[in-house]
Design a protein around this ligand. Sequence first.
Ligand SMILES: [Zn+2]
Length: 184
Amino acid sequence: MIREVKNGNTTIKYELTRKKVKNINLRVKPDFTVAVSAPSRVSLRYLDEFVLSKADFINSAIEEYKNKTVARLEPRYTPEEFTALIKRYFDEVYTKFIPYNIDRPQLRLKRMKSRWGSCNFVKRVIALSTNLIYCTEEQIYYVVVHEFSHLLVHNHSKAFYDIVSVFCPDYKRIRREMNSIMLE
Ligand SMILES: [Zn+2]
């Protein structure tokens, strides 16, 4: 159910879902819509007031999404620079992994919708997303390290991140920063 509440000159629209939840949950989605889930005992009037009281939060969340969207739309490199950069980091990381006795995997650069990279350890192919053109060199390096580490550990266990952290000690911060980049 879609509801509307007025807040001064602006109107906040929200989509209400009744659920068996304990509390009222309010979420601003990347498409700037507001989703609210609430238990059935909470009245509509109360929910409208609740949404109104969150107006500042909703506006700042939308602003944040807008900033992220802008960041996403600007490639950091020319296509030539980007291809050269990917190859350079691929070679650099491969050199670091030589002591682990791995065969050199193949590199594929391809359009990927929701991932930065993938590793097919059976075929020994590492695919990197063309969306990395929106990322810093540090972020690209992390993704390459991440996919190479999958040649040794196939899941995202602690053992996996132990290897990642050998070559990329700051991976947690980098991963967090990458999660805030919006992909289409
Ligand atoms: Zn992974």
